[in-house]
Design a protein around this ligand. Structure first.
Ligand code: KIV
Length: 267
């Protein structure tokens, strides 16, 4: 996979399938199942490390898991695009700090880095993109700032909040972000943004079926977790005999638009 390939899919309306991965074996299995984009998400803090939030995840941990996933892909000559999350505190001080952190993750095997938030992040996105580092932005529910947001709740509600989110999304596109994760925003707002952002593919998680692609946390879609599953998750293991089949079912459901179901998984 490559950025021009994603841009072409976005333009043609073919859905982009993204899933988190944290280790070599799952990366290889997901790649073989047809997942086009693997995200080494800092959600690993919660699903692998048992943390309450993603705030405690370090750059060193992200580098370790990115290397593992990249090795898994290399072992099977996988073609998935590999995105790694810049963790909390690794890009906030300055664009230069972001460049140093992003460099570590790119050298660990990432093709793109993801960072959370709008407003001040646009300058950082531009700084990285100008230096040859592809960037995926992340708006809506941004888990690294869950304490500031007051909990895991739907974002962009009300005309003022929606207008701010829209303005931030356009600024991130203008800064060069090639992808934008929209987490827990209304399906209507996500669909509107997807139509407006021609140079930036929206990837939804709890944002309805109108986005250019979908992402889920691997453990969630396999139906294993330590807490309550968010409403936007479907357990793809429920009707399948094994993990490979569940991953294939996820790929099919995103591609044919049957997941997510806006009546069930969205707001
Ligand atoms: O960390 C992560 O896994 C993420 C996804 C939920 C989008 O950011």
């Amino acid at each position: 996979m490559s950025l021009p390939r994603f841009a072409d899919m976005h333009a043609r309306g073919e859905k982009i399938v993204m899933l988190t991965a944290y280790d070599a074996t799952f990366a290889a299995v997901a790649d073989a199942a047809g997942v086009e984009c693997l995200l080494v998400g800092d959600s690993l803090g919660m699903v692998c490390q048992g943390l309450d939030t993603t705030v405690g995840v370090s750059l060193e941990t992200m580098r370790y898991h990115t290397e593992s996933v990249a090795r898994g892909l290399r072992r099977v000559q996988g073609t998935a695009w590999l995105i790694a999350d810049l963790p909390f505190g690794s890009y906030h001080a300055s664009p230069e700090q972001a460049l140093r952190s992003a460099t570590e993750l790119m050298q660990a095997g990432a093709h793109m880095v993801k960072l959370e938030g709008g407003g001040w992040t646009s300058d950082t996105v531009r700084f990285l993109v100008e230096r040859g580092i592809p960037v995926c932005a992340h708006l809506g529910l941004t888990p690294q700032t869950v304490h500031a947001l007051g909990g895991y709740r739907v974002q962009g509600r009300g005309s003022e909040a929606a207008a701010l989110l829209r303005q931030q999304a356009h600024a991130l596109q203008d800064a060069g972000a090639a992808m934008l994760v929209l987490e827990m925003v209304s399906a209507a707002l996500a669909t509107q943004l997807t139509g407006e952002l021609k140079r930036c593919a929206t990837i939804g998680i709890g944002a309805g079926r109108g986005t250019a692609g979908q992402v889920l946390v691997l453990h969630d879609m396999l139906g294993v977790g330590l807490g309550k599953m968010p409403r936007f998750v479907r357990n793809f293991m429920a009707d399948t005999p094994g993990i490979t089949q569940a991953l294939q079912a996820y790929v099919r459901a995103v591609k044919d638009g049957s997941f997510p179901d806006d009546q069930v998984h969205a707001w």
